[in-house]
Design a protein around this ligand. Structure first.
Ligand SMILES: Cc1cc2nc3c(=O)[nH]c(=O)nc-3n(C[C@H](O)[C@H](O)[C@H](O)COP(=O)(O)OP(=O)(O)OC[C@H]3O[C@@H](n4cnc5c(N)ncnc54)[C@H](O)[C@@H]3O)c2cc1C
Length: 493
């Protein structure tokens, strides 16, 4: 039986393991940590359950496809609740905007900020839908085996159809005049780890999918996705081995031969799939130093300072998803993406899962996950992330006080917090970049690292820094692309 070693049990690694096990491959997944999930992990403490990373369940159709490809129905595994209003957005001047799929509501909310903007919103949504349809049909679901697969007469129109050469923030000027609304319809680019001032206008697809396909949340937390897929994979015969860090992927000629674990044990396999963050894999697990340097010199997404606060008090001022948008949106983006540090006045996001899912926290208590975007790690800058974390906390508490939440600190029962160093240590994310390599035009499609090594023909990659990119549903699309490629190139025997 053809044997497969998967290095890493992130969502991409789990999905590809499940798919290949179902096809009859003999699959073993080696995970450095004690539990699967990678960035989609959970923290459970005294009845408080936090999702470590992902909190927005987007593109439900892509999740459903993954379950279907494994012979399952998503509804049998996930109890999904739609979150609407999707976000409560607080601006520096005290204005509050609630985004919703309710079109009449949106008309009132938008017109109150910029009279006449509702028409622009409808046109912007129509563009977002076009972008999403094209991306799903011709970009995110395609393996680019050669440059010609992407750059051919049939595909050149993608540049204009997806507005790939047009900056997202500039493009918003075609729909809105208000700087507030431009910020409201571009902040989601941070999910791709990008500044809206440099991301392509194609990312209007994010705002469209949030309002049209919905923002959802599984009861039990995002970790339910991980648990259910691991159990499906195991049902098809895949084995998960935890606390087993790989220290080297072994190679010979044009083949990967297996892996050496940190304890010195050696495992052989016909196929190796690295789900661990790709630049880390090149830098730490493979021999070619030149390729490693090239990978580490690529452009990285931002990182995040996180606080997971178990709170013994309820704060109804906070919604399931609450966002604080900085008064100086441009300066704040530049600070994160060019200076790689914490802005003076950062925008930040708070997730309160128990607002929708009472099982997430004990009665009368809350879980606050606070995400403050910050630059990724460039050691040469010598930043003191302990001090930046303290400042991020101070800023978050100050903003919350403006909503009347003045006694929060006294009610925090437990605090867990992460800086970029923790992201790097916990999951081996190169430069602590929470979303992997950037999704700018020079690192997209064929120009993004592809899912097979150029030299080792049986070494595949699946995860956020590889084509098609970051986000849980996109990792699932990546797993499908790796499966397609392996079935073609290394059929099961
Ligand atoms: C703060 C934050 C918020 C996010 N929000 C969202 C969101 O709302 N919605 C969304 O869809 N996405 C979100 N994302 C992105 C999403 O979490 C990721 O894109 C996705 O989880 C990445 O999965 P992956 O397959 O690349 O694996 P990873 O999560 O990178 O997992 C790789 C695994 O490999 C393991 N590993 C590393 N090195 C080794 C080694 N040497 N040996 C063995 N194992 C190893 C790691 O421990 C890890 O378990 C968020 C991410 C973060 C960090």
């Amino acid at each position: 039986m053809t044997s497969v070693l998967v290095v890493g049990a992130g969502v991409g690694g789990i999905a590809v393991a499940a798919r290949l096990a179902r096809r009859g491959y003999d699959v073993t997944v080696l995970e450095k940590n004690a539990a699967p999930g990678g960035r989609c992990n959970q923290i459970v403490q005294d009845g408080h359950r936090f999702d470590v990373g992902p909190s927005l369940f987007l593109l439900p159709q892509v999740y459903a496809q993954t379950y279907a490809a494994l012979g399952e129905r998503m509804e049998d595994h996930l109890d999904l609740k739609r979150i609407d209003p999707t976000y409560h957005i607080h601006f520096e001047d005290g204005t509050v905007l609630k985004l919703s799929a309710d079109i009449n509501w949106m008309q009132e909310e938008l017109e109150a900020i910029e009279p006449g903007s509702f028409g622009g919103f409808l046109r912007y949504m129509a563009e977002g839908q076009r972008h999403l349809d094209i991306a799903l049909d011709r970009f995110l679901t395609k393996n680019f085996y050669t440059l010609y697969d992407q750059v051919n007469p049939g595909n050149l129109s993608l540049l204009t159809e997806l507005k790939l050469l047009y900056k997202h923030y500039d493009n918003l000027g075609n729909y809105f005049k208000s700087e507030k609304l431009k910020a409201v319809f571009s902040f989601q680019d941070v999910y791709m780890g990008l500044s809206p001032y440099e991301s392509p206008a194609a990312y209007s697809m994010l705002q469209y999918t949030e309002l049209a396909d919905g923002v959802w949340f599984p009861i039990g937390g995002m970790y339910r996705i991980v648990e259910s897929l691991v159990s499906i994979a195991e049902g098809h015969g895949a084995r998960f081995v935890y606390e087993s860090p790989v220290k080297q992927i072994t190679v010979e000629g044009s083949r990967a031969t297996g892996a050496v674990l940190a304890d010195g044990s050696v495992m052989h396999a016909d196929i190796v799939i690295a789900n661990a963050d790709l630049p880390y894999v090149y830098d730490r697990l493979l021999p070619d130093r030149g390729l490693a340097r090239r990978m580490m010199n690529k452009q990285f997404t931002c990182s995040a300072i996180m606080f997971y606060w178990a709170v013994g008090e309820a704060y109804p001022q906070l919604a399931h998803h609450t966002l604080f948008l900085s008064g100086d949106y441009k300066a704040s983006s530049d600070c994160i993406f060019h200076d790689h540090t914490l802005p003076e006045k950062p925008s930040f996001y708070i997730h309160v899962p128990n607002r929708t899912d009472p099982t997430a926290a004990p009665e009368g208590c809350e879980n606050l996950m606070v995400l403050v975007p910050v630059g990724c790690l460039y050691e040469e800058l010598g930043l003191d992330f302990g001090a930046l974390r303290a400042r991020a906390k101070e800023i978050a508490l100050e903003q919350l006080a403006k909503l009347g939440i003045t006694d929060l600190e006294a009610h925090i029962k437990h605090e867990v917090s992460y800086t970029p160093h923790d992201w790097r240590g916990l999951y081996n994310l190169a430069r602590g970049a929470t979303f992997g390599l950037k999704h700018n035009i020079s690192q997209l499609g064929y120009l993004r690292p592809q899912n097979r090594h150029g030299r080792y023909k049986n070494l595949y990659f699946c995860g956020a820094s590889t084509h098609p990119g970051t986000g849980v549903p996109i990792a699932f699309l990546g797993a499908e692309l790796v499966e397609e490629r392996i079935l073609k190139e290394q059929p099961v025997s």
